[in-house]
Design a protein around this ligand. Sequence first.
Ligand SMILES: Cc1ncc(COP(=O)(O)O)c(C=O)c1O
Length: 466
Amino acid sequence: MNRSIYEHLAEDLTARLPMHMPGHKRNDMLAPYLKELGAALDITEIQGFDNLRAPEGMLRDAMERAAALYGAHRSFFLVGGSTAGILAGIRALAGEGGGEALIQRNSHLSVYNGLALCRLQPAYIPQGWEKNLGIYYPPGEQGLLAALKNHPRVRLVVLTSPGYEGLLADLPALVGLAHRAGVPVLVDAAHGAHLGPDGRFPAGAVPSGADIVVHSLHKTLPSLTQTALAHARTESVAQRLEEQLNVFQTSSPSYLLLASIDGCIRLLADKGPVLYEGWLEVLQGVKEWAKRLRYLRLWQPDEGSPYGIDPSKLVIDCSQASIGGEELADRLLREAGIDLEMVASRYALAMTGMGDTAQSMDRLLDALLAVDRQLHAQTKECLPAPFIPSAHMPPFQALCSPWERVSLQQAKGRTAAEYLMRYPPGAPFVVPGEHIEASVLEEIGDGHSLQFTRTRLFPGQIAVLR
Ligand SMILES: Cc1ncc(COP(=O)(O)O)c(C=O)c1O
């Protein structure tokens, strides 16, 4: 097999003098941080290496290997996370002619940003709601069918699967419905890069026939932060996607990131079965062990649920315990040095990945057990499904309209000029152009709880239309 990109970096750079960027000149003696961060191998596209914008050599080979692994027509390496693939993918499929796109309300901010860039107005596919924890279910066929009927001229459907909590949509059915209505589909599978290469995990998004699928390698697989893939179903989609990726991606891609993507794909191709087996064993151990928890639980969708679940997400259910997700996460960090991925009022999310071990899980579970021993049972009211505020104008229009900052109290009844959300997960509960209801402000409280965040970042204030 051809040498990996990492091997090219490790072997081919030693005798060469870099009279080009980056300015550290691969001199990792300059400062400890450069050595620790791998500056000795940090190059962008120089002679003998390939060009991400028009790959013909090692990058093209590596992308072909990725496409073969996932069963895609063509795959592209992303150095700007799934975000780059989602922005480019939306523009590739919907163009700039405006109109409407059907999305999930709990879509990631990058989906909303992609729509705004293309002057697309979001319309929402109905979704169910898990009322004990407060989690959106993925859309079902009936919901998508109704949405397609109500929005007959829609330009694009964007689905998110897996969701942040690991719920899986029936993608083949949903994609089939959209395609029969003549509408292209992008799947934000940022959380599902590990689904597909191994049959013991649930099926991935690529075989669903979606036009574009976007995967963050860095979220669950052994690859550096920011690394991701975008897969295209046909050559014409691939060409449009490539054009748009060249708009949204840097012209100086980091070869550390590119080598990491290549390394990850090769690792899955060479040692995938062993690594997946190890991960599944670790997860099986967690499920067994978690039976010892008395009040905290590992959440699963109800028996008979139509939704699949990605076993790698550990949703720690606090709905029957005398603790909330935020306090649980604080205690795990303070008492055991454990950082969780995300918190919500009724749950906390521990993400596992291929790099986890039985030891890392033992540490998590011991800490959970220690907290659990100090809890008691508590009955909590069901959480009402969030309602979608009325919109006075589409986000792309609100984002370009004159605005001002007001205090949280003064924002009631005004029209939002920014996204309001918690990050993570980065799914907005108010979108620019929407009416700011009193209930939203109650949820935000003083703005400090549950990692509430804004896109126009003024502490204690909200941007509203003038
Ligand atoms: C559902 C979803 N889509 C897209 C993204 C963006 O991914 P990235 O951080 O790789 O740009 C995220 C990030 O958390 C996400 O949760």
